[in-house]
Design a protein around this ligand. Sequence first.
Ligand code: INI
Length: 158
Amino acid sequence: MYNTIEGNLDASGLKFAIVVARFNSFITERLLDGAMDGIVRHGGKAEDVDVVRVPGSWELPLTVAEVAKTKKYDAILCLGAVIRGDTPHFDYVAGEAAKGVGQVAMQTGVPIAFGVLTTNTVEQAVDRAGAKHGNKGFDAATTAIEMANVLRRLRSNS
Ligand code: INI
């Protein structure tokens, strides 16, 4: 018989930072609503959440790195919406945001939920920010909670 080590979805006592991009704020503010809903509905407290706003998704990795360095948070969420336009800009912003945030998680050991939409159309983004496909901010919150708890368990076992 094996032992399973996993994180539960209890956010009580956990501290979170949410770094949210203002670009496409009509989407990212909905993601923020979803993320707060996800934290509070799983027992977290709004006053245990710090929200940091940045201009766009390009700015997420550097900001998340600074937030992670403080060691004040059990998990960080980053929220953004990169929507494809007529130029290759999308690929640079989306690619760097994903790569950069991933690097910060690996370098700092702080769990970071990647709640950045990368869509071809505005409609696809709306669908994922509280419409047909749920709210990816809420999903980022449950991921952050589970990761904070599984890492806590792994670290207390070692
Ligand atoms: N930032 C986004 O978050 N989403 C986008 O769709 C986007 N597009 O398409 O341009 C975007 N660009 C801004 C970028 O994140 C930086 O803020 C900007 O380049 C200044 O550094």
